[in-house]
Design a protein around this ligand. Sequence first.
Ligand code: HEC
Length: 103
Amino acid sequence: MKKCYLITASALISMTLNAPAADGAASFTKDCAKCHGADGKGATVMGKKLKCKDMTVEKPGDAQIEKAIKEGVKDGDKVVMKAFKDLSDADVQALVKYIHTLK
Ligand code: HEC
């Protein structure tokens, strides 16, 4: 019986350790690239229409990126980027990191 608990416990521990890390590149491709472009330059059809700035030039800071993702972005009264409320904090942090790697 004891052995059985041990096996369960170690299985649980290895499951936690192997949990997939939040993948900033994948989230960016999935949620952000259609406007901001895979390279963050905003040169997509949507990006041009909505006047996305070039992230590699603007270089938004951590807090600015977090705010944009969690609260969305408005141009006056018009929402130009909706908030991504279903992204976890880990996803947001991974996106922040990823955006800083864009050149
Ligand atoms: C529907 C198109 C669209 C999508 C999808 C989108 N954005 Fe935006 N985003 C915009 C527009 C438009 C702006 C305002 C112009 C600008 O700053 O580039 C903006 C602005 C930003 C800014 C700058 C905010 C500021 O205060 O200057 C950041 C950072 C940002 N977006 C990150 C993201 C991230 C991360 C994602 C994916 C989770 C994403 N965006 C998805 C359209 C979009």
